[in-house]
Design a protein around this ligand. Structure first.
Ligand SMILES: [Zn+2]
Length: 181
């Protein structure tokens, strides 16, 4: 991870939504733009990741398979997402935290700052995982040398202990490379 990544600024979501809306009124941009944007992602079968306003701890990733517009209020809609495990889930547009929507066509790595893990936490994770590599990919040396983020930093994974695991450097590099390409 080089330092240049940290300097990249996430495009203003309102600017993105403006491209999907036809008017300059801020509420219309948000509602109409969001709806049109999800419809566009559905058409393009773009993989997207976002968070819910009331569950900031989870990142939801998948393909938009349907955008269902309400009968009474056309500005509110439901989004059906096919999750990575192929299950489908439906989210109300009013619960989606628009600031966190990332289409996979953008390199999300740029949008998250990598915060170093303290030595204290590192040794705690190594102890917890019995100094063994948890990833166990092809070419694993089984020596716990590095700390792996279960949900990668690039996808918004945090430095909390539940998201950290011991890994050998081979596995960690392999996982990182698979995320990039
Ligand atoms: Zn390994």
């Amino acid at each position: 991870m080089n330092n240049e990544c940290k300097k990249e600024k996430k495009p203003d979501i309102i600017d993105i939504l403006r491209q999907f809306s036809e008017t300059d009124d801020i509420n219309t941009i948000t509602n109409k733009g969001l709806k049109n944007m999800f419809t566009f992602y559905k058409k393009e079968t773009t993989n997207i990741t976002f968070r819910l306003k009331n569950h900031q701890e989870y990142f939801i990733s998948g393909k938009v398979t349907d955008v269902i517009v309400g009968d009474s209020n056309k500005n509110l809609f439901l989004v059906e997402i096919e999750l990575e495990n192929k299950e489908k889930a439906i989210f109300g547009s009013w619960y989606i935290d628009i600031e966190t929507i990332i289409p996979s066509s953008y390199n999300p790595i740029r949008y998250f700052n990598r915060i170093p893990i303290s030595e204290e936490v590192k040794s705690e994770i190594f102890n917890r995982d019995n100094n063994e590599c948890i990833l166990k990919l092809d070419g694993c040396t089984n020596i716990a040398e590095e700390i792996d983020h279960i949900i990668p930093v690039s996808k918004g994974g945090l430095n909390n202990k539940e998201n950290l695991q011991a890994s050998c450097s081979n596995c960690n590099r392999k996982k990182y490379n698979n995320l990039l390409f």
